[in-house]
Design a protein around this ligand. Structure first.
Ligand code: SAM
Length: 300
């Protein structure tokens, strides 16, 4: 058989170590051949190449990158190995844009599987490639960072990239492996449509800026309106109780609490969220129970 002919069959073999040199769990022990074979089938089935540098920072049960790997949808890269496609990374310079479509189709998408809290440990100089990109504004739908802007997990980040370049179908195909996954496309529908109409990085940044200005303005208007409504709800100001301001104070506090300035733009949309039972699949429920015992894992 000619050189490279069996390339796709060989790929999972090369990918059976994580970037830390650990063996991939799916290739061990009982059912080894079967897992490997189904992994190969899935790898060849997805329309473009997906890859990640995995730093093993996260609990494998909670980690979306590891789950994609178990499903044979993403391949691990070694430290020192570069990637030719679009790399969606916190170290990116420009943002993903529709003009990246050809690169995504030809060479694929890669992410950095690590903890948000341990980014400084990632040797960004030894990974990456020519096309390192940030994502424009999106809101996370995953149970760990639900509702928070920009802090997407790996599957959301890959899906966002695919959708921006016009492959919503591929994005959905990936997200459907997670019970909460398709919600990511629902809560970001307006943004996705807006970015998909752009062309280059700058036009995406302009659209993002216009959107953020619009939601800031809406928030101000809601605050003003709330103030006016409160005047009527207060009743007779002459009979005002001493604690009548407490509601406003509480609002201000909850707005600030726990979020830095870039996380202020929380989007509140009425779709199933982590408080709804159907939001979790079995694996997620297990993870949720574990979460109760952890200190602060919201940064994974
Ligand atoms: C920090 S890891 C967290 C992974 C998480 N533990 C999981 O289960 O998938 C998320 C990765 O997705 C990509 N990503 C997420 N949000 C991003 C953004 N706003 N800009 C660029 N890359 C982003 C990056 O590759 C980032 O390293």
């Amino acid at each position: 058989m000619g050189k490279g002919k069996n390339k796709e069959r060989d790929e999972p073999k090369r990918g059976n170590k994580t970037s830390n040199g650990h063996h991939n769990r799916t290739h061990h022990g009982k059912g080894r051949q079967e897992t490997k074979y189904s992994s190969v089938l899935r790898q060849t089935k997805f329309p473009t190449k997906l890859a990640m540098w995995d730093f093993d920072h996260c609990d494998p049960k909670r980690c979306s990158g590891k789950k994609l790997e178990r499903l044979g949808l993403i391949k691990s890269l070694r430290i020192g190995q570069k990637f030719q496609g679009i790399i969606v990374t916190p170290n990116g310079k420009g943002v993903v844009c529709p003009d990246d479509k050809e690169i995504v189709e030809q060479f694929g998408v890669a992410v950095v599987e690590c903890s948000w809290a341990r980014l400084e440990e990632v040797p960004f100089g030894k990974i990456g490639g020519k096309y390192e990109r940030l994502l424009p504004y999106f809101v996370a739908a995953n149970p760990v960072n639900y509702g928070r802007p920009m802090k997407l997990n790996c599957v959301e980040a890959v899906a966002a990239c695919l959708a921006i370049v016009g492959h919503q179908d591929w994005a959905l195909e990936l997200l459907e492996n997670f019970s909460w996954g398709p919600t990511f496309l629902d809560i970001n529908k307006e943004l996705l449509e807006m970015y998909a109409e752009c062309t280059d990085s700058q036009s995406v940044l302009d659209a993002e800026k216009a959107f953020l200005e619009m939601i800031d303005k809406e928030r101000e208007e809601r605050k003003k309106l709330k103030g006016e409504v409160d005047v009527w709800a207060m009743g007779n100001p002459n009979q005002k109780h001493n604690d009548s301001d407490s509601e406003d104070e509480e609002d201000e506090e909850s707005e600030e609490e726990g979020y830095n300035s870039e996380e202020k733009n929380i989007l509140v949309i009425d779709v199933p969220g982590p408080e709804d039972d159907e939001y979790y699949d079995d694996e997620d429920v297990e993870e949720e129970n574990e979460e109760e015992h952890s200190l602060d894992e919201s940064d994974e």
